[in-house]
Design a binder for this molecule. Structure first.
Ligand code: HEM
Length: 488
């Protein structure tokens, strides 16, 4: 909390004598350039905005605590899982994806679900979503996805045609589209949704065995969603509904909680599993790989300052700790580069020094990084910045090396992912068939309203994909679109 009795100063600490009247030549004359406090005030103001995240720009964050409830040391040697009852500080940021920083919260969209665990072996970030799958399978498509769902270059309006032309040009997107168009497409605030790591990651145990793993975070508040009509009413009245809901709940001591589960696949199973295990458009059946409880986390502290902690937070899937690794999923591999790159652009090369990004739980932080803009931590003082050296300075830690990963391809090439697995429609069909009739109706109506305005060719392509997933899915969407068009 600030001390309101302290005197006003410039950034250099000099007293400010007057903060309401510019220095002018006489009471009605022009201003003088020597009014350095005024110059500083305006110059700082015009530099207050940092670039918004290219996507996930609108978000809310909070600090909390993760606690281990079950022993999973047989799967991972990560220190944060080392004993039941162990607690680790955590920061979470939830977000919408397509909207800009000032967008309304209650929009039909995926929700970001980013977690940072401040472990003693460094920061571990799970930069996930509220859905277990994603639209596409190769990271080349990601910039295009965002241009398609964001604004049209000419009209500066969102375009149903751009959005659905792109989505339907990737048949593998149907699974993700079905989830976004379902009744779960507009969560009623961030507390009432599940989170997923979505990708396959790896766990490595003390015996250096590798397991493939999926992360699930299930809300203890229960799932709550808004219909399109309810969301429209919310947005008309309150554009910050999710921010307010999360912030107010934490302020009143109603700390939201999620249970952390994993699905675990022995390394060798990947070669024979009936679904491509590294395909982000697919889930693993819970019958094949049941959920295993790990722990739970609660969010119990609002940031004291939104910009400092939420806006400057720079998550990256590359923040891994010993015992947790990546997988060959191309999408994840692409993301391992993209987030650090975005952070260096958006927040700066020394973004690790900002408190929310500091590895505050880590026992050791010794890098050879030096210099760069806004280096404010002493820059390692007199310690020479080269390696190898003759002093054993900051020895490598080979005990944390991962086991080698066997590769099945003989050549490095641009392999067409479609030739590997073009089973696009089975899982969305299963999801559709698992819905109640009311949920299916909601899916039809939501799709019709969202695709309204796209060209007939695009609409037909989507109906074609739905039909391949399940004829009743295609027919339901067609009828809902026709009814909407007839009503106009
Ligand atoms: C934000 C890239 C796919 C979840 C971002 C940002 C970039 C990015 C550049 C902005 C980061 C920043 O400015 O700090 C990509 C690329 C992807 C991809 C290249 C695919 C190849 C995904 C997937 C998920 C995801 C599959 C979830 C499973 C998020 C979240 C954020 C984010 C939650 C916001 C993080 C925060 O709260 O600060 N993404 N992304 N992204 N992305 Fe992705």
């Amino acid at each position: 909390m600030s001390d309101n009795t302290k005197p006003l100063t410039t950034a250099a600490g000099a007293p400010v004598a007057n903060n309401e009247n510019a220095v002018t030549a006489g009471p009605r004359g022009p201003m003088l350039l020597q009014d350095v406090w005024f110059l500083e005030k305006l110059a700082h103001f015009s530099r207050e905005v940092i670039p918004e995240r290219r996507m996930h720009a609108k978000g809310s964050g909070a600090f909390g605590t993760f606690r281990v409830t079950q022993d999973i040391t047989r799967y991972s040697r990560a220190a944060l899982f080392s004993e039941v009852g162990k607690e680790t500080e955590l920061f979470a940021r939830f977000s919408t994806v397509a909207g800009e920083r000032g967008a309304a919260d209650a929009e039909r969209d995926i929700r970001g679900f980013a977690l940072r665990f401040y472990t003693e072996e460094g920061n571990w970030d799970v930069v996930g979503n509220n859905t277990p799958v994603f639209f596409h399978r190769d990271p080349h498509h990601f910039p295009d996805l965002n241009r398609a769902v964001k604004r049209d270059p000419r009209t500066n309006l969102r375009s149903a045609e751009n959005n659905w032309d792109f989505w339907t040009s990737l048949p593998e997107a149907l699974h993700q589209i079905t989830i976004v168009m379902s009744d779960r497409g507009i969560p009623d605030g961030y507390r009432h949704m599940h989170g997923f790591g979505s990708h396959t990651y790896s766990f490595i145990n003390e015996s250096n065995e590798r397991f493939w793993v999926k992360f699930h975070f299930r809300t203890q508040q229960g799932i709550k969603n808004l219909t399109d009509a309810e969301a429209a009413a919310v947005v008309a009245d309150d554009r910050e509904s999710s921010q307010a809901d999360l912030f107010d709940a934490i302020e009143r001591g109603d700390h939201p909680k999620w249970t952390f589960y994993i699905q675990v696949m022995p390394e060798a199973d990947a070669a024979t599993y009936r679904y491509h295990p590294f395909d982000l458009t697919k889930v693993w059946s819970k019958k094949d790989y049941p959920l295993i409880e790990v722990g739970e986390f609660e969010l119990n502290r609002n940031p004291e300052n939104y910009f400092a902690d939420v806006e400057q937070a720079a998550f990256t899937p590359a923040n891994l700790v010993p015992g947790v690794g990546a997988s060959p999923d191309r999408m994840l591999q692409g993301r391992l580069f993209s987030y650090g790159d975005a952070a260096r652009y958006r927040v700066g090369v020394n973004h690790h020094q900002i408190p929310v990004n500091q590895p505050r739980g880590a026992k050791n932080v010794n890098t050879y990084h030096r210099d760069g803009q806004l280096r404010v931590d002493g820059n390692q003082g007199a310690v020479p910045g080269y390696t190898p050296n003759s002093y054993g300075r900051w020895a490598e830690q080979p005990q944390f090396a991962e086991p080698g990963l066997a590769l099945d391809g003989a050549a490095a090439d641009r392999f067409d992912y479609r030739e590997d697995d073009d089973n696009y429609f089975e899982q969305p069909g299963n999801l559709f068939r698992a819905m109640t009739p009311e949920e299916q109706d909601a899916l039809f109506g939501n799709t019709a309203r969202a695709i309204d305005g796209a060209s007939q060719a695009t609409i037909e392509r989507h109906i074609g994909h739905c039909t391949q997933a399940d004829p009743a899915y295609g027919e339901g969407v067609r009828k809902a679109i026709e009814a909407l068009q007839a009503a106009k």
